[in-house]
Design a binder for this molecule. Structure first.
Ligand code: IPE
Ligand code: MG
Length: 239
């Protein structure tokens, strides 16, 4: 495996980068193409971005693939998106595994179509012992849904009210072992969180860019990482 290094100007890299890849539809519409072409280009760019990120000593990457609110889109777009996501996992599983990347999923898996569920489950099982980087995909994910699901399981387990703490609740989140987000990047000229990782981004640094996701390249990622490395994180203290 290639040794990972931190470029000199990037003194401090984030341990966990979360990405809201927005702008696929607009990218396609600008060209007079159907929105699904934008999602196809967006998926290819996810592949590209995972390669870049895996070259840095960044341990966790979470990608927002499909939100609980995306069910409000036309059925044809949803179906197309699921097909693209399934094909994407199937096509790149060997490569991801070969690079030592461990795949994880967060969200309500049971509501997804069977073929996508199977692809995700297979990819998780295949890559479970990999240690180069953890790639977490959020399909059918909502931040509020995650907290609701956590509370339901916590109560079902008989946890007493006085034992509910930030630590004990965190243990019931979809991926309890994945640490909080250090840097959240959103493309596509929107400056909102859109119900992504509400709990895990409480003290994240945010980077917003106008670049549409299918056009987001290594230089754009490096810009985000550079901006992160220059920030002083105080976590509410005086630092
Ligand atoms: C983001 O691109 C991808 C997903 C939500 C799956 P959009 O589809 O939101 O693209 P715009 O915002 O319409 O351009
Ligand atoms: Mg959008």
């Amino acid at each position: 495996m290639v040794a990972k290094s931190t470029p000199k100007q990037l003194e401090r890299l984030p341990n966990h980068v979360a990405i809201v890849p927005d702008g696929n539809g607009r990218w396609a519409e600008k060209r007079g193409w159907p929105r699904l072409e934008g999602h196809r280009a967006g998926a290819e760019n996810m592949h590209r971005m995972v390669q870049y990120l895996n070259k840095y000593p960044i341990n966790y990457v979470t990608l927002y693939g499909f939100s609980t609110e995306n069910w409000n889109r036309p059925e044809s777009e949803i179906k197309g998106l699921f097909q693209i996501l399934t094909a994407f996992i199937d096509r790149y599983l060997d490569e991801i595994h070969g690079k030592g990347i461990r795949l994880r999923h967060i969200g309500r898996l049971h509501q997804l179509p069977q073929s996508l569920r199977e692809s995700i489950t297979r990819a998780i099982a295949t890559t479970r012992d990999n240690t180069s980087m953890t790639l977490c995909v959020a399909f059918n994910y909502g931040g509020r849904a995650e907290i609701v699901d956590a509370m339901q399981r916590l109560i079902a387990d008989g946890v007493r009210p006085e034992d509910i703490t930030e630590e004990s609740l965190s243990k019931y989140l979809y991926a309890a072992d994945i640490p909080d987000v250090d840097l959240l990047i959103r493309t596509g000229d929107e400056t909102r969180l859109s119900n992504f990782l509400l709990w895990q981004t409480a003290y994240s640094e945010y980077h917003f860019t106008r670049v549409l996701w299918p056009d987001f390249r290594k230089r754009d990622l490096d810009r985000a990482l550079l901006s992160y490395s220059r920030r002083k994180r105080r976590f509410g203290g005086l630092g």
